[in-house]
Design a binder for this molecule. Structure first.
Ligand code: SF4
Length: 670
């Protein structure tokens, strides 16, 4: 038996784990006691992450669809076929008829090469990641206001926070080791404020639980800022030294009425005041929110950043803003430029100077028009526009809540997937390329605290599988590109020369300690646990006022959605881990066909029993689904987990994932 330190590749926490091997097999995983992100703790997914590689269902040979059936092919045939078809499609319909999407689980090396293939070889900016199919709000707001599209501080530093706000993310389910860090801080005296319409596990332990009406978060943060201004908690030296736009912010925030805001949000003014005082008075206070599929809208993020700036809760240990990513490499995928409007390092595609920097490095001209965003790719209105789709480790046919995935894939002339398994998407593809698994290749991931880490190779790849990054290189070469990468380390060396804040990252220095938290530059090669900025670098945004959606008499409930424990059954990696599969099966026992959560009091009024089949009716449609009667959800609100895709689409939530006003009815008798 041997064991080697590596990184759990399941969620964005980026926990340090040891993989235990016997012969050429990974047989176990256990936590690193000293890794700063998880210090001896891992969750049930981490304990079993190695099982996926040993699944007997792994793909071991490329497949090409012939006469409507996927058939085994050699690597030469598959790579040659993809190159020929891509060339034909580009010639006939133009480069923008091709789109390339990654999963937010793809490594930095895969992500970098795939977007380079799109831009430098094919000639399109049609690149995005799986979470971009929903939204990239967080990136744009943080770039605009802070200049950095990422969490500003480190998970380890949360132990030094005197106050932590957790906004609408169920940490205990999505990022369990971070939830553990928050709860340990709470036990040591940190004030915990939880915001959201669901009473999840952290809410049970909160000092202040603001169970607000959905869509009113921006108003809540505005009201908290108003309290900070009125009670003298504003950090004027910080604002003067580091921020722009304070006067305009102040002018607007003075108009805020705390009582009116409390009414809008559906909580008491006292509760808002208590939360604002705890946050504003703390020597260091942090705000944690989700930047993924259930992300806050742009105004909410602007409002929470405004609050942090006004109270000086940035640029020091234990403070900061955490744009949390549930997927293990959402941060890295975006850093690498898998975005339709941003090149590696977040350079705007439309900016000639920014483009020229990358063109000089890649020695080729790049397309100047931003590409089709992921949110548009599967929109039925665009069906038929895309003639070729490349999906790297991404399984939208199984996971996408929005759009028409099978319809879009059916209308394309070429669909390429790279995956470990014959996923629902792979079944619809024209070419399927089997990839290596966690532990079979040496690549890097960037966690939700900007930590760039190596996930090491501990065993030889399963026979027939090839690293996804190498497959991309082979296709680029077949299309005539002079790509010379011999190893994944060569790819990282190029990333360091293209992405400014990775400039001192190399496999050699990542292997020391526990990776590096970017920016890693010549001046600061070791990176930094928390970000600070020079004069005028931070910016206040205009103050938001309006809540997103208002329920009315016809549709008195607001439908919200998000992940639940049950979302696991959508996750392809879970499906191929025997232990985790057992877990989710047991969780689905009560509601095998999904559910909608409704508050106990609301259910009583409507005479709805637990597990009874009910109707959720919106202005555009009706979904029939079982009621999960619980006191977790706020009155007047109903919650559907993402995995009930059909029901979400039936009531129109699948269009843009905005809150939907609905009516709750007992099922009509036939
Ligand atoms: S919290 Fe995330 S990174 Fe840590 S062990 Fe669990 S799944 Fe892995």
């Amino acid at each position: 038996m041997a064991s080697r330190l590596t990184t759990c590749t399941f969620c964005g926490a980026g926990c340090g784990i040891y993989l235990e091997t016997s012969g050429n097999q990974v047989v176990g995983a256990y936590p690193s006691m000293s890794h700063p992100a998880n210090v001896g703790k891992i969750c049930v997914r981490g304990w079993h992450v190695h099982e996926i590689a040993s699944s007997p269902n792994r793909l071991k040979t490329p497949l090409i669809k012939k006469n409507g059936k996927l058939q085994e092919a050699t690597w030469e045939e598959a790579i040659g076929y993809i190159a020929v078809r891509l060339r034909e499609i580009r010639q006939k319909y133009g480069p923008d008829s091709i789109a390339l999407l990654t999963s937010p689980r793809c490594s930095n090396e895969e992500s970098y090469l795939l977007q380079k293939l799109a831009r430098a070889v094919i000639g399109t900016n049609n690149v995005d990641h799986g979470a971009g199919v929903y939204t990239n709000n967080s990136i744009e707001v943080l770039l605009d206001q802070l200049g950095v599209p990422a969490s500003t501080n480190s998970i380890e530093g949360l132990a030094k926070s005197e106050c932590i706000i957790v906004d609408s993310v169920d940490l205990a389910k999505q990022l369990p080791t971070i939830a553990g860090t928050v709860l340990r801080a709470k036990l040591n005296g940190t004030k915990l404020i939880v915001i959201g319409e669901r009473r999840q596990r952290l809410a049970e332990n909160a000092d202040v639980f603001l169970q607000i009406k959905p869509g009113t978060e921006a108003v809540l943060y505005g009201a908290m800022a108003k309290v900070a201004v009125d009670t003298g908690m504003v950090d004027l030296p910080f604002i003067k030294a580091r921020c722009r736009g304070y006067d305009a912010f102040l002018q607007h925030i003075r108009d805020y009425d705390l009582l009116a805001a409390a009414q809008t949000c559906g909580v008491t003014a006292d509760a808002i005041q208590a939360a604002a005082m705890a946050y504003g008075k703390a020597k260091a206070a942090a705000i944690l929110y989700s930047s993924g599929a259930e992300s806050r809208d742009a105004q909410t993020i602007q409002s929470l950043v405004n609050l942090a700036l006004a109270t000086g809760q940035l640029g020091k240990e234990g403070a900061g803003i955490f744009a949390l990513a549930e997927h293990n490499n959402l941060q890295g995928v975006c850093d690498m430029g898998v975005l339709p409007d941003r090149l590696p390092g977040y350079r705007p595609v439309a900016n000639a100077q920014a483009r020229a920097e990358v063109e000089a490095r890649w020695k080729t001209a790049l397309p100047a028009q931003p590409g089709m965003p992921g949110s548009a790719v599967f929109n039925p209105a665009n069906a038929g526009k895309l003639k070729a789709l490349w999906l790297c480790r991404y399984d939208p046919a199984n996971t996408a809540v929005t759009g028409d995935v099978p319809g879009t894939l059916a209308k394309a002339e070429l669909v390429v997937t790279q995956h470990l398994f014959l996923t629902e998407t792979a079944k619809l593809a024209d070419v399927v390329l089997p990839t290596t698994a966690f532990g079979e290749e040496r690549v890097t991931f960037t966690s939700t605290e900007r930590r760039v880490q190596i996930a090491d190779q501990v065993v030889e790849p399963v026979r027939g599988a090839v690293p996804a990054w190498r497959q991309i290189v082979e296709v680029a070469r077949a299309l005539g590109a002079d790509w010379k990468y011999g190893s994944s380390a060569d790819v990282m060396d190029e990333i360091a020369s293209v992405v400014p804040f990775y400039s001192s990252v190399s496999y050699k220095n990542l292997a020391r300690d526990y990776g590096r938290q970017w920016p890693c530059t010549k001046e600061r090669p070791l990176g930094t646990p928390y970000l600070f900025a020079g004069a005028g670098s931070f910016k206040f945004a205009p103050v938001a006022r309006q809540p997103q959606a208002a329920a009315d008499e016809q549709f008195p409930f607001t439908l919200v959605f998000g992940h639940s424990h049950y979302y696991w059954n959508q996750n392809v990696l879970i499906q191929y881990s025997e232990t985790l599969k057992r877990e989710y099966r047991s969780l689905l026992l009560d509601f095998p066909n999904g559910f909608v959560e409704i508050n106990e009091e609301d259910a009583k009024e409507l005479k709805i029993r637990n597990n009874e089949r009910i109707q959720i009716r919106s202005a555009t449609g009706v979904a029939k689904i079982n009621a999960n009667v619980t006191n977790e959800i706020r009155r007047g609100t109903v919650f559907m987990p993402f995995f009930v895709q059909k029901a979400l689409k039936e009531v129109g939530a699948g269009e843009n994932l905005k809150l939907v006003p609905v009516r709750v009815e007992k099922e009509a008798t036939p």
